[in-house]
Design a protein around this ligand. Structure first.
Ligand code: GLY
Length: 359
């Protein structure tokens, strides 16, 4: 088993990674004694796939737990779901000595973390992410929240889990589109932080796409290590944590322009390719390295050109409403070499038009 510590002082926690870990979670939770009773929160699909296995592990270890569910999908990620789940917790008599377990992908982790942050003004929770995207990104770092009609993730809290359990073997049954969704975020870590990891991803592409579990475990562990380091240095995204938004400035705008029909990872892939072109246009990144990044994205099957159906005007309009726009100026995370980025709000309108037009 690999253990990665997220060093946040009194809110520090472990990320545990192992193939088959689901079966050992009960015993580990028993030992950690985080709570006297747990409520597992899962969506209607994940509960069918993994709910029984988790409950077996908890029961075998003598951990008291029950499951509550909500309908699968991003459409559930709103305040009404949180209110309904909070009522269920109250009806079950859950109190401050109890805890929640988020079993599922990013939507489940975000909803459950936010519910844990506000139920009785805060109860502990643990994360069991079951998609690659959630394992390498959303389950670590304490960003929780829901969407409102005005935008995604606009209501939420920074609230850290007490532990994150990652069983890489659950990825064997993940739909390919979901794997791809997570791989965009995986490539992101290489570009922003670790050139050697970027090259490892190029070398191991076939093994990763074939879901070689030993390689996937290595990949997940490196992503979590990087995220843990960044979050420990800047939990509330005052500065360094903003590098995790590489590809997200234009990515979010394209995602919004598609009315969220485009998957997050694909949108981030497009955003990363566009950010590379912006960096070349600003004269801070070489054309050769930009091509290397775009080639890796394409080799993994991620699109690198913003579809023509999204006009530059449309994308720029969505940029203005994004959380990464402050005082009317969007910030961009741009690479200077593979493994290093800068954060800037000085991308000219002309350059943006050129890149979007050329996209
Ligand atoms: N997903 C970006 C972050 O957690 O900061």
């Amino acid at each position: 088993m690999r253990t990665i510590r997220v060093g946040l002082g009194e809110r520090a926690y472990d990320i545990l990674i192992e193939n088959g870990l689901l079966a050992a979670i009960g015993a580990d939770l028993k030992q950690r004694a985080i709570a006297k009773r747990y409520v597992v929160v899962a969506d209607s699909q994940v509960v069918e796939l993994l709910g029984g296995r988790l409950m077996e592990s908890l029961t075998a270890a003598g951990v008291a737990a029950e499951i509550i569910t909500f309908p699968w999908g991003e459409a559930s990620k709103h305040l009404a779901t949180v209110a309904e789940l909070a009522s269920k917790l109250a009806q079950l008599g859950l109190d401050r000595k109890d805890a929640l377990i988020a079993l599922g992908g990013g939507v489940t982790g975000d909803i459950t973390g936010f519910l844990a942050a506000i139920y009785m003004r805060g109860i502990p929770f643990v994360q069991i992410p079951t998609t690659l995207l959630a394992q390498v990104d959303s389950s670590v770092g304490g960003k929780t929240g829901v969407d409102i009609p005005e935008g995604k993730n606009l209501v939420g809290a920074f609230y850290q889990p007490r532990c994150v359990y990652i069983d890489s073997s659950v990825l064997m049954t993940l739909p390919s589109a979901e794997l791809l969704n997570g791989l965009a975020e995986v490539i992101k870590y290489g570009v922003i932080y670790d050139a050697e990891f970027f090259r490892y991803l190029a070398r191991q592409r076939q093994a990763i796409l074939n879901r070689d579990l030993a390689v996937l475990e290595e990949v997940i562990a490196r992503c979590c290590e990087i995220k843990a380091e960044v979050v420990a240095a800047d939990e509330r995204e005052a500065d360094l944590r903003r590098i995790l938004n590489f590809g997200h400035t234009l990515g979010h705008a394209v995602e919004a322009a598609s009315s969220y029909a485009l998957a997050h990872g694909l949108a981030v892939g497009l955003g990363m390719a566009a950010a590379c072109r912006l960096a070349v246009g600003k004269g801070i990144f070489s054309q050769a390295q930009a091509e290397e990044v775009c080639r890796l994205l394409a080799d993994y099957g991620l699109p690198t050109k913003i579809p023509a159906e999204f006009s530059p005007q449309q994308i720029k309009a969505f940029l203005k409403t994004d959380k990464k726009t402050v005082g009317g100026r969007p910030f961009f995370v741009l690479p200077t070499e593979i493994g290093k980025v800068v954060i800037t709000d000085t991308v000219s309108e002309e350059l943006l038009d050129e890149i979007l037009g050329a996209g």
